[in-house]
Write a protein that binds this ligand. Structure first.
Ligand SMILES: Cc1cc2nc3c(=O)[nH]c(=O)nc-3n(C[C@H](O)[C@H](O)[C@H](O)COP(=O)(O)OP(=O)(O)OC[C@H]3O[C@@H](n4cnc5c(N)ncnc54)[C@H](O)[C@@H]3O)c2cc1C
Length: 438
């Protein structure tokens, strides 16, 4: 351990992490302290800050972004391109935080049916909310709407301090043996616990020396918004093409049911080709690939592509450090589960930290933090493995596997208990839910 004032800090450069002593920094700023420093104010980090802040935990919520979203413009006009299918379990969490009511008043799109089919064969499976015993299977929500709703909640939380325009560049030990993050402007923030909620590339995870099991899916996700000829009828549809899954997620704009958010996972070459097409030609390709199930397709926004890499951190916790959300796991969007899994991480970590505080256990205690890791790692790993299986099974043209998956989809559709199990997974009812999600 280093002597006070001589703390070891790992700094991030553009190329590689390096070691530097805080005492040697140009700025020499004093440490600001909190109970918990959360790095990354995306959906997951902000939800965690709200859950802890509601119980009076002193939180510093840090993000490189300069400003918060403007709640006046979010969820109005053209829908945002990044959307998530939020499960009823995530909805319960967001209701408890007082965010859902605002989201619902702004713009959310319920879906009551799901249809998945093999574009190369005859297999098809469909689920309904009624079969799953819920009013809705979930809602398609623009990420900005969820984000802005959570940000509004921060206003009322005196114990949460927002530190914006602050890029974390180093991680070290604080003067009292806790953790300390170094900001690019020279400031340092110290706490018994630092939480990495800084996204899939997580600089903090790298600074902490935590490796990832990364898996190039070989896919890019092409994302855009379209208008469709036939009403979508609140059905979330996904076709498995030989090149990857294509999802049409139903959006309700001013009550009408003719818009969908598109996520088309495909090879990088194919993604490049699609992005190079005219709007009309892309609409025609989408309609054709989807077997014209919703008639003509008109692209109403630009199309962009995201690389899809599945990553799973080799550890979720170290002394004084925990990973949540995409920093811990990033998952193929075909399951629509990334944000849901991250919200569940936030809920379980908050529950464990509040229990630690009640018992007088230090918030950075690794053994206590391991309770969080045990509760979340299995669920996340199961979902990552399931997505890998799906991708492999549907990414093949091997006749035996094509036959197997068509028989499999047909069997799932007929086997009520199995179908019910899959539906429970899809709506987020897996394992022991934290109290905030029940
Ligand atoms: C095409 C696509 C479709 C998807 N569809 C779905 C879906 O249907 N359902 C679903 O549940 N999920 C979906 N996801 C996944 C979902 O969007 C993510 O899982 C979720 O947004 C991750 O949230 P997060 O808060 O963990 O990370 P992020 O949203 O990445 O937030 C990380 C934050 O950390 C900040 N940050 C990063 N580095 C630093 C630093 N050094 N210093 C300070 N701040 C820093 C960033 O500014 C950012 O605000 C999809 C993803 C993709 C790519």
């Amino acid at each position: 351990m280093s002597a006070p004032g001589q703390e070891e800090v790992k700094e991030m450069t553009m190329d590689a992490p390096m070691e530097r002593r805080v005492g040697e920094t140009r700025h020499g700023a004093a440490e600001e302290t909190a109970d918990v420093v959360i790095v990354g104010a995306g959906i997951v980090g902000t939800a965690l800050a709200c859950l802890l802040g509601e119980e009076g935990v002193e939180v510093a919520l840090v993000d490189a972004r300069e400003t918060l979203l403007d709640p006046e413009t979010v969820g109005r006009g053209q829908p945002g391109m990044r959307v998530s299918a939020l499960t009823p379990v995530s909805q319960t969490l967001l209701e408890g935080l007082g965010a859902w009511e605002w989201m619902a008043a702004r713009r959310i799109s319920p879906y009551r049916f799901m249809q998945v089919w093999d574009a190369e064969g005859s297999g098809e499976v469909s689920f309904s909310a009624e079969q799953a015993g819920v009013a809705r299977l979930g809602h398609i929500v623009e990420n900005d709407v969820t984000q802005a709703a959570l940000e509004r909640g921060l206003d009322a939380l005196a114990s949460v301090k927002l530190v914006l325009g602050a890029r974390v560049t180093g991680l070290g030990e604080s003067a009292d043996g806790g953790r300390c993050v170094q900001l690019a402007d020279g400031r340092r923030l110290a706490a018994p616990l630092v939480v990495a909620a800084d996204g899939a590339r997580s600089p903090l995870r790298e600074l902490a020396g935590i490796g990832v099991n990364a898996h190039e899916t070989g896919h890019m996700a092409v994302v855009t918004t379209v208008q469709v000829e036939r009403p979508h009828g609140d059905v979330a549809r996904q076709a498995f093409l030989p090149t990857g899954p294509l999802a049409f997620l139903p959006l309700r704009l001013d009550g009408e049911r003719h818009h969908c958010s598109i996520v088309w996972s495909t090879s990088p070459e194919e993604a490049e080709r699609l992005l190079g097409l005219s709007t009309e030609a892309l609409g025609d390709e989408l309609a054709m690939a989807f077997g014209h199930r919703l008639g003509e397709v008109t692209v109403v926004d630009r199309a962009v592509a995201f690389p899809l890499v599945q990553r799973h951190a080799q550890r979720y916790v170290l002394p004084g450090l925990a990973l949540v959300g995409d920093a811990a796991h990033s998952i193929h969007p075909l399951a629509g589960q990334g944000a849901n899994l991250g919200l569940m991480d936030a809920a379980v970590l908050a529950e464990e930290l509040l229990a630690a505080r009640r018992r007088g256990v230090a918030l950075g205690d690794e053994r206590w933090l391991s309770r969080y890791a045990r509760r979340r790692r299995g669920d996340n790993a199961g979902m990552l493995a399931l997505m890998d299986g799906f991708r492999l099974l549907f990414g093949t043209r091997h006749p035996a596997l094509t036959l197997a998956r068509n028989l499999g989809l047909g069997a799932v559709d007929r086997l009520t208990p199995l179908k019910r199990l899959i539906m429970q997974q899809a709506i987020g009812h897996r394992g022991r839910l934290p109290a905030s999600c029940r």
